[in-house]
Design a protein around this ligand. Structure first.
Ligand SMILES: C[S@@+](CC[C@H](N)C(=O)[O-])C[C@H]1O[C@@H](n2cnc3c(N)ncnc32)[C@H](O)[C@@H]1O
Length: 285
């Protein structure tokens, strides 16, 4: 930012021109649906709050639309892109924001973010659909809590976004919302119409914003995963059936006064946490 607080935007060619110049036809296999609307991109980049001077990891910058918006906030961005066709366009962005952007060519599924940053960082991404949930699950499964990341601001298919923030007693509730909510706060920050993308995907999208919360005391992440996997693996069954294979789980329900005739989707996140706490550490990884 300059002294008056106005955003300084170095002149770069419009994104559509960049796409044409570098022949960046969208690859379905790489989940490429690009955003060109700079105002929309600025609104997404504003969701985490002020990023001035903050470190940000972006997955899949593509031609660099969201990257530009993040750089305009004054963030220092490390962007991981798998499609080498995008690298010349990203080099232009790097030159326009000297010292602010590092581009890494590679597969985000194979790069541990902790190896890229010394201190805290934010993750902001318009995720490729095919790997979005796997990356999200990975970031939420950090053994250390609070994790090194300070916030996640992520575009998903709307149906996935709604699952992440889902409440009990809804069909969207399941393992993913428990994972996203047991030690984080997750909210649906913005809906994005399919027509905003080039090419437009078949379904609507939404941005989810997640910030770490205090982790409940004495709860093993692996045990919570085991319980939710068993419970939602047979979500139509009563807990006394679905949790039969988890040693000690039925006794834990008894100790906690949770009716074993209930089904998984009626348990609150706090109740799942209590069951996992009561079971202690799993024997094996
Ligand atoms: C939905 S597009 C978003 C592009 C750009 N950020 C935008 O908002 O217009 C997803 C991007 O992720 C890239 N990508 C796909 N799989 C990836 C992976 N495993 N690691 C890193 N980037 C990946 C694609 O090449 C593409 O550029």
């Amino acid at each position: 930012m300059n002294g008056g607080g106005r955003l300084v935007t170095p002149s770069l060619p419009p994104l559509r021109e960049v796409i044409a110049r570098y022949g960046l036809s969208a690859s379905k296999a790489l989940g490429q649906n690009f955003l060109f609307d700079e105002q929309l991109l600025d609104r997404i980049a504003a969701i985490p709050g002020s990023l001035e001077g903050e470190q940000v990891m972006e997955v899949g910058p593509g031609p660099g639309g969201l990257t530009r918006a993040l750089l305009r906030t004054g963030a220092r961005v490390t962007a991981i892109e798998m499609d080498r066709r995008c690298l010349p366009a990203l080099a232009e962005v790097e030159a326009a924001f000297p010292g602010q952007l590092t581009v890494i060519e590679g597969d985000a599924m194979k790069i541990a973010p902790a190896t890229l940053f010394d201190g805290p960082y934010h993750i902001v991404a318009n995720l490729p659909y095919n790997v979005g949930t796997a990356l999200f699950t990975d970031w939420l499964s950090s053994e250390d809590w609070p994790p090194q990341w300070r916030s996640l601001t992520l575009m998903f298919q709307e149906e996935v976004a709604r699952r992440i923030v889902a409440a009990p007693n809804t069909s969207a509730y399941g393992r993913l919302p428990v994972l996203a909510q047991w030690r984080s706060r997750a909210r649906l920050a913005m809906k994005v119409h399919r027509s905003a993308f080039t090419p437009p995907p078949k379904v609507m999208s939404a941005v989810v914003h997640v910030v770490p919360d205090d982790a409940p005391e004495g709860v093993s992440m692996r045990m919570l995963e085991r319980v939710t996997e068993a419970a939602f693996g047979q979500r139509r069954k009563m807990l006394r059936q679905s949790l039969k294979g988890v040693p000690g789980a039925l006794e834990a329900l008894g100790r906690l006064g949770i009716d074993p005739q209930r089904r998984a989707e009626t348990l609150s996140v706090e109740e799942f946490v209590s069951v996992a706490r009561s079971l202690g550490q799993p024997d094996r990884p």
